[in-house]
Design a protein around this ligand. Sequence first.
Ligand code: SF4
Length: 73
Amino acid sequence: MKIIHELEKCIGCGSCVAVCPANWEIGEDGKAHILGEKNNIVNGNEELETEQIGCNQDAADICPVQCIKIIKK
Ligand code: SF4
């Protein structure tokens, strides 16, 4: 599956980090970022290919601006 984070929409509220600290952090730019070695920037969005959804669904569900997308293949 793929986790996509639309950076432009992120308001840096920290809710994703609160529910999923293993996978998310707030960066120096005040926006959330996906933790992970294979994290790529594609068209301004962060993308991470992963087999483990872990708590990312909770992060996507709680995000107030819905900028975390989970694409299941
Ligand atoms: S919950 Fe959404 S808006 Fe808030 S910091 Fe995380 S990704 Fe950004």
